[in-house]
Design a protein around this ligand. Structure first.
Ligand code: NDP
Ligand code: 13P
Length: 368
């Protein structure tokens, strides 16, 4: 793909970049948890007019009164221009784009309820990371069903909300498929990237929606595995192996679904995996860490990898893709297998080639 210049000097370039110079002036962020509030802060810093929908009126009132979201973002200061509301119609009035930032299991109902209030032609950008349980659909496919006729994009990548809220340097990728005579440069992903980029929040553009979404959904499951290994004291070698082989699982699934392997080596894949699978700030890693230590794993926080251990492995099984690390996480988290047994099984699987294209399967001498 050509390099896309979305910098502040974009006006110096001829069309089509020039016609994108304004991006979307008014953005509605739907969901006021950690990531929704942080992305609302980004959009406000990027000069957009931002409304933020919170499902609880008291949270909307707190954000308007204190310019903070204490439960989700501690004392991080939010730009005072953000206007929060618990009224979905009000949040979407005049919006040129909607950014939906609710948990993956709530995406279908949330998108269905916002669609009647969103202007036709306004894109819906999704920040949830997951695969829908039951249907096996990616978030963009769920949204396309829930809001027929609207264009869909996905924002993903290594981005802890609290760091973004505190305006620390971050890079993400925004993906959409190109429709008709659209090019990546004129896509809704490019327009959203222009709308959300600031000197500290850098948005890359992709036309591989599938690859980007799979990266975001699967890395949470792998992060539970690296957390478990850390909790069990397995050391750094095990973590590096899980990250590398986990990336291979993401690549294989993305490829089987029509995405590109190279997308998975980018921000939403390698980037997000290296962040989430190595730091206890990640709720998924922290959940695995507690499991590995033999503690009560559930802290009440959103841990997308728990549900997605099932939805991702179901999707992989249906497509004939082997995902042994994700299967091991599912087996521990949902089927009650002892994590040491699951890791032993993982490490003594038949010996394979690397990459998978080197098609080998040699019985492991220590397999029990
Ligand atoms: N936090 C992060 O660093 C990042 C998160 N993400 C992804 O963003 C998505 C949201 O995560 P995050 O913001 O962190 O989660 P949080 O738990 O911080 O916030 C979730 C938000 O969604 C609301 N919500 C919960 N259930 C429903 C529902 N059934 N219907 C409507 N709204 C609901 C919550 O409302 P209430 O407060 O009323 O419960 C809350 O506002 C996840 O898919 C996550 O993987 C992606 C990148 C970074
Ligand atoms: O997706 C994230 C960072 O990119 C956040 O990870 P957790 O949901 O594991 O906290």
């Amino acid at each position: 793909m050509d390099v896309i210049d979305l910098s502040a000097h974009a006006h110096q370039r001829p069309s089509p970049t020039a016609e994108l110079a304004g991006g979307y002036g008014r953005i509605a962020v739907i969901g006021a948890g950690a990531w929704g509030a942080a992305l609302a802060a980004v959009a406000a810093r990027a000069g957009r007019s931002v409304t933020l929908w919170a499902r609880r009126p008291e949270l909307a009132a707190e954000i308007n009164a204190t310019h903070r979201n204490a439960r989700y973002l501690g004392d991080a200061a939010l730009p005072p221009q953000i206007r929060a509301t618990a009224d979905l119609r009000e949040a979407l009035a005049g919006a040129q784009a909607a950014l939906v930032v609710v948990p993956s299991h709530a995406l279908r109902e949330t998108v269905a309820s916002l669609a009647p209030h969103l202007a036709p032609g306004a894109p819906i950008a999704l920040a949830a990371k997951g695969v829908e349980q039951g249907s096996g659909l990616l978030m963009s496919e769920v949204a396309a069903q829930a809001a027929p006729g609207f264009r869909i994009a996905a924002l993903s990548g290594p981005s802890f909300a609290d760091e973004v809220a505190r305006d620390l340097p971050t890079a993400v990728v925004i993906a959409s498929s190109c429709a008709g005579d659209e090019t990546p440069e004129t896509s809704i992903a490019a327009r959203l990237a222009l709308s959300m980029s600031t000197p500290t929040f850098r948005c890359y553009v992709s036309d591989d929606l599938m690859g980007v979404e799979i990266g975001g959904a699967v890395k949470n499951v792998i992060a539970i595995a690296t957390g478990m290994a850390e909790g069990a004291g397995f050391g750094h070698n095990a973590r590096a192996a899980l990250i590398t082989r986990g990336l291979d699982e993401i690549k294989s699934l993305a490829h089987a679904l029509g995405g590109r392997r190279e997308t998975v080596t980018g921000l939403s894949g390698m980037g997000d995996l290296s962040l989430t699978a190595s730091d206890a700030k990640s709720r998924n890693f922290a959940y695995g860490l507690r499991l590995g230590r033999g503690e009560k794993a559930d802290s009440g926080a959103l841990v997308e990898g728990v549900r997605n251990a099932v939805s991702v492995t179901e999707l992989a099984r249906a497509r004939g893709v082997e995902m042994p690390i994700c299967e091991a996480v599912r087996s521990v988290v949902h089927d009650g297998e002892a994590f040491r047994e699951a890791f032993h099984r993982l490490w003594t699987r038949p010996l394979e080639g690397e990459p998978r294209a080197l098609d080998l399967a040699i019985a492991h001498p220590a397999a029990s």
